[in-house]
Design a binder for this molecule. Structure first.
Ligand code: DGY
Length: 323
């Protein structure tokens, strides 16, 4: 029997590409250029499986018609808001993701952003590299103390919990959180955290607010101008979730006007575009979507995709099926 035809849309870690090539008839993306809509559409017509990443937009229009060959989208990443999963499902296409293996590294990046923006690490680095540091002085780049402050977490899934653990047990912070469903208080207490009933309640008491909910329609612009104005004036916003959870234009205005003190961002509304007005601000730390970017995690994510599509083509239920 011929092996399933698989398209990998970007370069993946070597070990994962090798594992895929051993098992399937694989087309790799040697030059790592992102695929446009036309190429993705062509891929759906040509391959049994397409393995996309967050940089591949798969809207409803790509799933039109009766000539689609793809049976499974093995997404490299836990977030899948770049795929119109309802349309995929309507066509009988299975979608899988890679939960679990990026929890720690994403929580670490949220902590890195929180510390960097509070302690003005980015500003200091820029000053030093520009050759403008004139030496130690008591009033130089004075930031905000982190230890003992209150952090508010929006979304208490795996990554939210890992972040709570770091904040509470590493930095002695009080942790409150909002989550759509109720979390057993004993479970929350394992992370030193307490659930509040509304997003607003969390915003009103937190010195730092960190977003850990999924992207997509349900949470689009969850942090809008009204919610940003509910944050404490000296507070900071951290986003390692998805860019569309924050109304970026409203955030820029809040930062410019001092409604909040600063932001640490790893994700943006129209990646890789980051608005000039945001890049011009000193009170933000901006990373290029690095949450899961460690050798260990990226390899583990890829191997999860291998497991998912291997199970699928062997007639078994893929372990990380989304639809
Ligand atoms: C994830 O896994 O969701 C990362 O943000 C990359 O897509």
């Amino acid at each position: 029997m011929s092996r399933p035809r698989i398209l990998v849309t970007r370069r993946w870690p070597d070990a994962v590409e090798a594992a895929l090539s051993e098992r399937f008839d694989v087309t790799l993306n040697q030059d790592d250029a992102a695929l446009d809509l036309a190429k993705l559409r062509e891929a759906l017509l040509t391959y049994d499986a397409v393995l996309p990443t967050v940089s591949d937009k798969l809207p409803a229009s790509l799933f039109d018609g009766d000539t689609i060959r793809t049976k499974i989208l093995g997404n490299f990443g836990v977030g899948f808001n770049h795929i119109d999963v309802a349309s995929a499902k309507a066509k009988g296409i299975v979608v899988t993701n890679t939960p679990g293996v990026l929890t720690d590294c994403t929580a670490d990046i949220a902590m890195l952003l929180l510390l960097s923006v509070a302690r003005r690490g980015g500003e200091g680095e820029r000053e030093l590299r520009a050759g403008s540091w004139t030496g130690w002085r008591p009033t130089h780049l004075v930031g905000t103390k982190v230890t003992g402050k209150t952090v508010g977490i929006i979304g208490f899934g795996r990554i939210g919990r890992a972040f709570a653990q770091r904040c509470h047990f590493g930095f002695g912070m009080d942790v409150v959180f909002y989550n759509r469903s109720a979390i057993d208080p004993m479970e929350a207490a394992r992370y030193g955290a307490m659930q509040l009933q509304t997003v607003e309640e969390v915003l009103e008491v937190s010195d730092f607010v960190s977003l850990h909910c999924p992207g997509g329609a349900e949470n689009r612009h969850l942090m809008n101008a009204a919610r940003l104005s509910k944050m404490k004036q000296g507070a900071f916003l951290i986003n390692t979730a998805r860019g569309d959870v924050v109304d970026e234009t409203a955030l820029i205005s809040a930062l410019e006007q001092g409604t909040i003190r600063g932001a640490g961002l790893d994700v943006y509304e129209a990646e890789p575009h980051v608005p000039e007005r945001l890049r011009a601000l000193d009170n933000v730390v901006l990373l290029p979507h690095l949450g899961s970017a460690t050798e260990e995690t990226r390899t583990a994510m890829g191997m999860k995709v291998v497991d998912n599509i291997t199970a699928f083509f062997a007639g078994r239920e893929p372990p990380d099926r989304v639809v």
